[in-house]
Design a protein around this ligand. Structure first.
Ligand code: MN
Length: 250
């Protein structure tokens, strides 16, 4: 992500959904957090890109969030036009939760176009949402984005342990946030992920701590929780995640 050595990794944050995008970027740079700033619509991408021009630690992904596909699906053509501007893609994926199930067929069409474009371009790194849709996401990744054509990072993965294993076999990485440790199912899932596939994320400002959105780059609680699961200190987990990041971007 950067030639500079980061202190932390936040591989899925919505910097442009905080009150002040420029301030959020400055904060990630000041704290030396390698940050993937995901976007939810292609139209949001250019401003993010512009404001991160001088940033050492923030990279911007172009996205079309599955929850916005019903209103913004037509922006897929903008996505395709702007894709050459960045190596990073997200947030994209599928959401089969009750509120969004109506658009599920359209979501699949859009996600297929995204994956095919990424495969054709090569070398993209894609941050993927998969709420209640792990199987469909993995089926589509398998069909449309072979591992030698790009890398998938499953963000806030909530599938089963066997789906996590399948994802590993498909070459996927996982970005893990503090909310995933809230229940035993999430913990079991995280235990099923090989150490060398783990990244950290805040998913801020969607993830909140006592009613307040977590700050960009504030992955401290994730490092602690992962440390307990892996029997490592937070610093050891941080080194592991840094080396996973170097591998994924190399
Ligand atoms: Mn998100």
């Amino acid at each position: 992500m950067s030639v500079l050595k980061p202190r932390r990794v936040d591989f899925h944050a919505h910097l442009d959904l905080y009150p002040d995008l420029a301030e959020a970027i400055r904060r990630c740079d000041a704290e030396e957090v390698a940050t993937l700033a995901v976007t939810t619509t292609p139209r949001a991408f250019p401003r993010n890109l512009e404001l991160t021009k001088g940033s050492a630690f923030v990279r911007v992904a172009i996205g079309l969030h599955p929850q916005l596909v019903s209103e913004r699906g037509s922006e897929i053509s903008i996505f395709e036009d702007l894709l050459p501007e960045t190596r990073y893609v997200g947030e994209v994926g599928l959401d089969a939760s009750p509120r969004h199930y109506r658009s599920f067929d359209q979501q699949k069409m859009i996600f297929e176009r995204v994956l095919r474009r990424c495969a054709r371009a090569g070398d993209k790194i894609v941050s993927v949402h998969s709420v209640r849709a792990a199987k469909h996401v993995l089926d589509m990744v398998e069909a449309f984005l072979p591992p030698e054509r790009g890398r998938i990072v499953l963000h806030w993965f909530s599938g089963s342990v066997s789906e996590a294993r399948r994802a590993v076999d498909l070459g996927c990485f996982f970005s893990v946030n503090e909310r995933m440790f809230a229940n035993s199912k999430g913990q079991a899932l995280i235990r099923a992920i090989p150490e060398d596939k783990l990244l950290t994320e805040t998913d801020g400002p969607f993830v909140e701590r006592e009613g307040t959105p977590v700050s960009p780059g504030d992955v401290g609680p994730v490092l602690e929780a992962l440390g307990k699961v892996l029997s490592k200190t937070p610093e050891e987990v941080s080194r592991l995640v840094n080396s996973n990041l170097s591998r994924i971007v190399s």
